[in-house]
Write a protein that binds this ligand. Sequence first.
Ligand SMILES: Nc1ncnc2c1ncn2[C@@H]1O[C@H](COP(=O)(O)OP(=O)(O)OP(=O)(O)O)[C@@H](O)[C@H]1O
Length: 266
Amino acid sequence: MTKKASFTRILDERQHEIALSTDDLRVSYGGHEALHGVSLQFERYKITSLIGASGSGKSTYLRSLNRMNDTVAGAQVTGKIMYRDVDINTSQVDVYEVRKHIGMVFQRPNPFSKSIRENITFALEQRGLHDAKKLAAIVETTLKQASLWEQVKDDLNKSALALSGGQQQRLCIARALALEPDILLMDEPASALDPISTANIEQTMQDLKKQYTIIIVTHNMQQAARVSDYTAFFHQGQLIEYDQTRRIFTRPQVQLTEDYVSGHFG
Ligand SMILES: Nc1ncnc2c1ncn2[C@@H]1O[C@H](COP(=O)(O)OP(=O)(O)OP(=O)(O)O)[C@@H](O)[C@H]1O
């Protein structure tokens, strides 16, 4: 992606705006294909869950979407990843630019060993933003978006590592939002959290989807059913079924999906 890339609106046949799509996306590790040609479209301002048993390829797929698999030794990704009208799976594209548009929140909260404020400002300063007023405004806005502001506004210089796990995860969400992404990828963002923190993260996601497109990997089917508009079911490196979440959970078209969502395997 270059600065010059023009981002036209891409619509599907139902006139829904598509934020991101993949076409025949394949991932191999050391020559062994783990993801076998996945084609999917992600609708803008919606939450899509990726579900499936352990090892089905959900994280591999998610990590490809903002080129994180580039950092995995021996990984090879082929196929198209269309962000608006740009194929971002090409060597000409600047991966740092990609990750600015398509941010990621990981399974375990991973704040930097810095203050709450610095966790948010660090990447911005690295990119040359030093205006104290602007930085302060971004800290406040993103912490509000991540539903953490009220709890930390008087303690912004405190170490991020002194926060609870749920608060750390919301700080990581704020940190990702500070780069003003368009799309947020979340790899089991609540799996390390207690039920109350999980509920808070889920509420935060509902608030965020007004402004962001969210793609989440989750093992928790109740969570997928609660939070997402669309669900994609993966099995053994293949996309088996993709549909509106309520259809996947009530009237799936494929027997394998039915077996999985009704708890017969996985
Ligand atoms: N870095 C890696 N090197 C080699 N093989 C890998 C690597 N990461 C994933 N795999 C393999 O790719 C396949 C898909 O794994 P992946 O982690 O994407 O599945 P998953 O559905 O996200 O599983 P989980 O729910 O357990 O995280 C598995 O066979 C796994 O062993």
